[in-house]
Design a protein around this ligand. Structure first.
Ligand SMILES: [Zn+2]
Length: 163
């Protein structure tokens, strides 16, 4: 793999992780389906196999969870400095919530790559099916001059064996 190829791949996957993170943070409160959708969407940019997509999905989810939690703190929905019990409990709930979210995001990315591979497989399968049959080679019978498909091995008109 050349340098430009590696760079292109790195850039594409970086965009995927970033996009996944942004979608993840936006869909954070939709249980499991939100992060799964974020990973699935991000997988469009991922270049490797299912395992790699899973890891990149988790990375995107981690970015998204960080954005989401920082936004909550910034908007003072989650006041950590107060030390109040509700904020503490809410913080833990959000961490556990996002642990499942990360997993769902990774699974979504893996599912996205799997769906793409399956799509490619069937795409090439149906293209193969749509192609015309192999050319049939005809030969002229030396006895009766009738054209006959070479693969039959004998003349379809007079029955003489084709060498
Ligand atoms: Zn013949």
């Amino acid at each position: 793999m050349g340098l430009m190829n590696s760079l292109g791949r790195f850039f594409s996957e970086g965009v995927g992780v970033l996009a996944g993170g942004l979608i993840y943070s936006a869909f954070n409160l939709i249980p499991l389906i939100g992060p799964f959708a974020a990973g699935f969407a991000a997988s469009v940019f991922f270049c490797g196999g299912v395992g790699r997509a899973f890891k990149l999905g988790i990375l995107g989810g981690f970015l998204g969870a960080t954005i989401f939690l920082l936004a909550l703190i910034k908007l003072e929905f989650l006041n950590l400095s107060a030390g109040a019990l509700p904020a503490f409990i809410l913080g833990w709930i959000l961490l556990v919530w996002n642990a499942f979210g990360l997993l769902a995001c990774g699974l979504g990315a893996a599912a996205g790559v799997m769906a793409r591979d399956v799509g490619r497989f069937y795409g090439s399968f149906f293209r193969r099916q749509g192609q015309p049959e192999d050319c049939v080679v005809y030969r002229i019978c030396p006895v009766c001059n009738e054209g006959t498909p070479e693969r039959t091995g004998f003349c379809v008109k007079c029955g003489s064996v084709m060498a």
